[in-house]
Design a protein around this ligand. Sequence first.
Ligand SMILES: NC(=O)c1ccc[n+]([C@@H]2O[C@H](COP(=O)([O-])OP(=O)(O)OC[C@H]3O[C@@H](n4cnc5c(N)ncnc54)[C@H](O)[C@@H]3O)[C@@H](O)[C@H]2O)c1
Ligand SMILES: [Zn+2]
Ligand SMILES: [Zn+2]
Length: 361
Amino acid sequence: MAQAVNGVVAAGRGAKVTVETILVPDPGPGEALVKVQACGVCHTDLHYREGGINDEFPFLLGHEAAGVVEAVGDGVTDLEPGDFVILNWRAVCGSCRSCLRGRPQYCFNTHNAAQPMTLQDGTPLSPALGIGAFAEKTLVHSGQCTKVNPKAPAEVAGLLGCGVMAGIGAAINTGGVTRGDSVAVLGCGGVGDAAIAGARLAGARTIIAVDLEDTKLRWAERFGATHTINAREQDVVEAIRALTEGNGADVVIDAVGRPETFRQAFYARDHAGLAVLVGVPTPDMELELPLIDVFSRGGAVKSSWYGDCLPSRDFPMLIDLYLQGRLDLGAFVSETIGLGDVEKAFEDMHHGRVLRSVVVL
Ligand SMILES: NC(=O)c1ccc[n+]([C@@H]2O[C@H](COP(=O)([O-])OP(=O)(O)OC[C@H]3O[C@@H](n4cnc5c(N)ncnc54)[C@H](O)[C@@H]3O)[C@@H](O)[C@H]2O)c1
Ligand SMILES: [Zn+2]
Ligand SMILES: [Zn+2]
């Protein structure tokens, strides 16, 4: 029987989110019902509610979550009630052409729950990134549940489910940052600071943080930034070059996702360097570049979906690093809030007042 629980719904483009009663079905074959314990507020949730992702309203928002498995459907053998899990949006299929080529991180047929969660009148909800975890309970595909050490608090663990994993992975997996590299990160929100933390973990020597807000730059230093640039006060490309002996950084990560920041990332690279786009642009944004510069500067331009992560490989490993005191996931949590506070958290995020607000249930 479907259970009625509270969830945060975005009803239409730009409309304020509201807490609604939603119906969550019992898990069917391959599915898992998860009691959500914590879910971070990611900029992508705000993109959804602004209609920047698609028009499939109403959305059940929230996708950066950890919780405990309450029940599993038929055929689920690797999970059981009571397991502590981080929810992921990359439950790989194992049989698409990317998976078969040994590149499951590019799987294009990832699994989500087959049954819809609905409003009380039966209207199906589109769960953000196939998760929908600003809710007391959510229904996902069992492959979206990644077991990790339950010693990690849920409000910290859940962050790996999206933004923090995207940032760390943009540096380590997509950017291939390694010992001695110079790295610049544009935009020091949760994703950008995670890229900074990832660059530090990988042994980068110079880590340059760029943001519009001084507060954000101070926070970035806690995660490992060795230098900071306020983009309101300095020419970003010139400043990055000046900090890298006039050369530019080996890897520049755009964690904002706008044409102007990506252009800075493109030009702030050293010759044959790498620009990584992890910030998500909206569909109307366009970029114009002299093709000769694309050619003559060499190197590569890559986008990073979810930090090119493999949840089964990366989540348990990063949780262990956290538990060993080597990755300060706790520093991403600016505040813990209730389900009714998501709209205010969007506003705080928009004004740069928080790194991550985390809904605790
Ligand atoms: N690729 C992925 O898989 C993935 C996953 C999660 C989030 N994202 C995206 O990453 C982006 C960042 O997410 P977040 O949660 O960290 O957001 P956020 O709003 O917390 O952080 C963005 C930061 O960028 C700064 N900023 C804005 N404009 C800037 C500019 N012109 N120059 C320098 N800094 C600027 C802001 O001050 C803020 O500190 C979003 O676009 C989000 O949708 C991507
Ligand atoms: Zn696949
Ligand atoms: Zn996200």
